[in-house]
Write a protein that binds this ligand. Structure first.
Ligand code: ZN
Length: 281
């Protein structure tokens, strides 16, 4: 039950039509060892907070990242603001703006966004469960491997800790965004960079929640368009405007692992999170 296979869930899940198999109700009180063996988690609180963590300091990759050719244990350098002709003091403003923008989208699903530091004054019992970790890193060369601004270790949430995704901020130098931003004031540059980073973060988070790429020509402002915001590189405005998950069924691209023919992003995310909240996986 806790390890319901991803593909199985996808088949069962339409738009809010997940078929949930009832948990066995076998003498849970009398057999505490049952939980130790991986049975239903009696301590699972469906009302607990779930969070996405955004990491901007240097980080060790927890999982293999085959798209980018990295293995678990790879050291990812910290997010470097200097490539965007901004000052070290501006870094906090960019990160704060990213938290606000990404948080705006993810709050639509009841998800919190947290940074590396423990929330101030919170008790351990109130700490959210981190379901996905996104590392923003400045790692030249990586986009040549993965051909995009980011990479996700796997499609769907793992049951053994947070999913992991990486956004390569240097990709915005390679694809020309950083150069174009030089025409703008410092304040606008911070805002536009934060929006572009947020779009990439949300695209990768989408993969961790089970989303594949959608194929909608002329709609570059969908978060799960192939290559995410790289699909919008022709348009600075589209790239630096907070994008949206699709609320309607959209055709998926042929690289979509054959999981489904159409995808309603919002529906899949809601199904995935509902299963996680009920501790089904
Ligand atoms: Zn993608």
């Amino acid at each position: 039950m806790r390890h319901l296979p991803l593909l199985g869930l996808m088949v069962l899940s339409g738009c809010g039509n997940a078929v949930l198999i009832p948990m066995t109700d076998a003498d849970a009180d009398a057999s505490p060892a049952f939980a130790d063996l991986g049975g239903p988690d009696e301590t699972c609180d469906p009302a607990r907070d779930l969070a996405v963590q955004i990491v901007t300091e240097s980080a060790i990759l927890l999982r293999d990242l085959p798209d980018a050719g990295f293995h678990a244990g790879t050291l990812l350098p910290s997010f470097d603001i200097r490539a965007f002709d901004l000052q070290p003091d501006d870094r906090e403003d960019v990160i704060a703006a990213v938290h606000a923008l990404a948080g705006q989208r993810l709050s639509e699903f009841g998800l919190r966004v947290v940074g590396e530091e423990a929330p101030e004054g919170s008790e351990i019992a109130e700490a959210p469960e981190i379901i996905a970790r996104v590392v923003i890193t400045d790692l030249p060369g990586a986009p040549e491997h993965c051909g995009c601004q980011g990479s996700t270790s796997a499609l769907g949430l793992p049951s053994d800790g947070p999913a992991e995704a990486v956004v390569f901020s240097n990709a915005y130098v390679d694809n020309g965004l950083a150069g174009v931003l030089m025409r703008y004031s410092r304040k606008e540059r911070i805002e536009k960079l934060a929006a572009a980073l947020s779009n990439s973060i949300l695209h990768e988070v989408g993969h961790t929640l089970g989303l594949v790429h959608v194929d909608v020509p002329g709609q570059p402002t969908l978060l799960m368009a192939r290559g995410g915001s790289s699909a919008t590189k022709v348009s600075l405005a589209a790239m630096t405007t907070l994008q949206a998950y699709s609320q309607e069924a959209r055709p998926v691209t042929t690289d979509a692992l054959g999981v489904r023919e159409t995808q309603c992003d919002v529906c899949v995310i809601e199904d995935t999170l509902a299963a996680r909240r009920e501790c089904l996986r």
